[in-house]
Design a protein around this ligand. Structure first.
Ligand SMILES: [Fe+2]
Ligand SMILES: [Fe+2]
Length: 295
């Protein structure tokens, strides 16, 4: 692997640096002046609504993490409770406020119901060897989620610049975009540290591969409707123009760490299938004539 070696001290330093350099965005710095709200709504309404919901649901993700990782380390706890969630919650507020200025309905987010499947996994997680498998999956899921967010915000930023909507581009989307790579780096370093130090036995790596490939889920998509909405985000943001490349970028870390024995499987088939199906379902919905922007 070309990236430098990860170790616990480097991860702790990274978390300190993020806390220091990236305090949660000051809401007063956002400028919601929009030249053509209708055009922005039509082009980015669906993606904005989806991203705002995912950012706001971080509140529930923190509850889920407490259930899933009862033996959490101080570095992990500090990252998700003190650094990551306060930043993401502000991202949610900024996007929800922008949606309001664009004349969209308030974002409907599930911020408190921890699903039964998570509670079940949480019970198993009290067995330390299982806990460690779940911890690796948490890092890999986090890395894929952050990478997808980075790509989505980059596309939105570019589109808003093209439209001359520079106030919201710079003070909302770019302000958020700049905070996501640090999250990605945390998950990458943490997953690398686990795998490079041989923290998991072969059977644990096998279990991680099995769980990841059988229970792969698209970020923020728990229901059929949400999966189709996710398809809408990738289609509307142009990430499906070269879908295989997008999925390869999003999945690069798990390809390298989980599937190294498969020569780093260029694109995990389960991920590509999930993205393809979501995009196809969205296109079908479009043909059916449903509105792009939630009513
Ligand atoms: Fe975010
Ligand atoms: Fe993030």
């Amino acid at each position: 692997m070309s990236a430098p070696r990860a170790d616990a001290a480097r991860i702790a330093e990274h978390v300190d640096r993020l806390a220091e350099r990236h305090p949660p965005i000051d809401l007063a710095t956002a400028d919601y002046a929009v030249r053509d709200p209708r055009a922005v709504r039509e082009r980015f309404g669906l993606a904005l609504d989806y991203m705002a919901r995912v950012e706001m649901e971080v509140e529930r993700n923190v509850l889920e993490l407490a259930v899933l990782l009862p033996e959490v380390s101080e570095s992990d706890r500090r990252f998700y409770a003190d650094v990551w969630s306060p930043q993401e919650e502000r991202h949610g507020v900024l996007l929800d406020t922008l949606a309001h200025y664009l004349g969209m309905p308030p974002v409907a987010a599930n911020t408190e119901d921890v699903p039964r499947s998570v509670r079940m996994l949480g019970l198993l997680s009290h067995l330390t060897p299982v806990h460690e498998v779940i911890r690796l999956l948490y890092y890999l899921t986090g890395a894929a989620t952050e990478k997808a967010a980075m790509m989505a915000y980059a596309s939105m930023s570019e589109g808003l610049a093209e439209m001359g909507e520079t106030a919201i581009q710079r003070t909302v989307v770019d302000a958020i975009k700049v905070q996501e790579p640090g999250h990605f780096a945390f998950y990458r370093l943490s997953a690398q540290e686990m795998v490079e130090t041989g923290a998991l036995a072969p059977w644990q790596m096998h279990l991680a591969r099995l769980l990841r490939s059988r229970a792969y889920s698209l970020v923020g998509a728990k229901s059929e409707e949400q999966r189709t909405d996710f398809g809408g985000v990738i289609v509307e943001l142009g990430l499906d123009e070269d879908l295989e490349r997008s999925v390869r970028d999003i999945s690069r870390l798990e390809s390298q760490l989980l599937w190294a024995h498969d020569k780093g499987m260029a694109v995990p088939g389960y991920a590509l299938k999930a993205f393809r199906e979501a995009a196809a379902d969205y296109r079908e919905r479009l043909v059916g004539g449903q509105a792009l922007v939630p009513a």
